[in-house]
Design a protein. Structure first.
Length: 339
């Protein structure tokens, strides 16, 4: 059987399609069109929660009692994902909807699929919560990797040190958190069975995702923030009549204090393998003053004489372990370019 390759769109065609979508958002009849927020993606169908507002301020109108519709999408729309704000038309006879237009996105999280192509996972995320804990022993390299990905996506990061009851003197974790805070990152220390009000305050009004290595307590925090989170996911799954996909779907759940949380196995895997060396370097914000200051233009910041970054690390102006993270991530980027 021959495979038909999907035709690549030119920049002009892409702009034309975007213009058509903008016209649909502005011009189609408000009498039948409704605003909605995609809360789950199930293959070719999506679950859309009906909104009372104009779609652009979705979290202000996120009513958990609002109707949830199973919808198809028009073929000329881009790939839609959980978190997208859309316009759709209901069919009272079939109880299905048709998504006709997509509102502009403020952000888009992506990850590689099984074919190593970039796949969109969630839209309009406004905060990424990077969770680590005393157990399993955290990897600063992994934290750096997440922060580079956050920077590339243009989404602020909140570093959360969880399982605070397991902290021990000399484990260096409070110092690690302080290092990131000194770099300008927002930080917090919590435990899932403790006072989560400070965390709730930081999440209020945001669309958030939690990332972090397995076992750090992401699920415990989510269940503490949204006590019936698993129940809500099951209800959404039953509504879709596609419950077998529950464990792999991306689901948006309202937060009690306002805002929403998007939970997805795919989001936890998002990384930096597809980024260029320049994009990796952009993610190390404290090193900006030293880029371009090395003796050699093609300096790779390893052992070259006159390297401004090596000198900064030796003099304590940048952390040596952060320079090591930069070097390792650059190696990964170069290796990916050769594949």
């Amino acid at each position: 059987m021959a495979l038909i390759r999907k035709r690549r769109l030119t920049d002009q065609q892409t702009r034309r399609i975007e213009a058509q979508q903008n016209r649909r958002v502005d011009e189609e009849s408000d009498g039948e069109l409704r605003e909605g927020l995609i809360i789950t993606h199930f293959g070719r169908q999506l679950l859309v929660r009906e909104l009372a507002g104009d779609g652009m301020d979705a979290l202000q109108h996120l009513n958990e009692d609002a109707a949830i519709w199973r919808c198809h999408t028009r073929t000329n729309l881009p790939a839609l994902v959980t978190g997208d704000r859309v316009r759709w038309i209901p069919d009272e006879n079939t109880e299905l909807g048709v998504i006709t237009a997509l509102h502009p996105r403020t952000s888009l999280l992506t990850r590689p699929d099984r074919y190593h192509k970039i796949k969109p996972v969630a839209a309009n995320v406004s905060l990424i919560v990077v969770v680590f804990a005393p157990l399993p022993v955290p990897s600063p390299m992994l934290i750096d990797r997440y922060l580079v990905a956050c920077h590339q996506a243009g989404i602020p990061a909140l570093l959360v040190l969880g399982k605070a009851d397991l902290l021990r003197a000399g484990d260096g974790l409070t110092e690690l958190l302080a290092e990131y805070e000194a770099l300008g990152y927002d930080t917090l220390t919590v435990q899932s069975n403790g006072d989560l009000v400070p965390l709730m305050d930081k999440l209020a009004g945001q669309t958030v995702v939690f990332v972090g290595q397995s076992g750090v307590g992401k699920s415990s925090l989510i269940n503490a923030l949204i006590p019936d989170a698993k129940l809500k996911v099951n209800v959404i799954s039953e509504n879709s009549a596609l419950g077998q996909h529950t464990t792999t779907s991306t689901t948006l759940l309202p937060l009690p204090q306002g805002g929403a949380l998007i939970d997805s196995p795919g989001i936890r895997e998002f990384g930096v393998w597809h980024l260029s060396v320049d994009a990796i370097r952009d993610g190390f914000i404290e090193m900006y003053p030293y880029y371009g200051m090395c003796k050699f233009r093609n300096c790779q910041h390893r052992n070259e004489p006159g390297c401004a970054l090596i000198a900064a690390a030796e003099e304590g102006r940048v952390l040596p372990r952060r320079l090591e993270s930069l070097n390792r991530l650059e190696d990964e980027a170069r290796e990916a370019e050769r594949v």
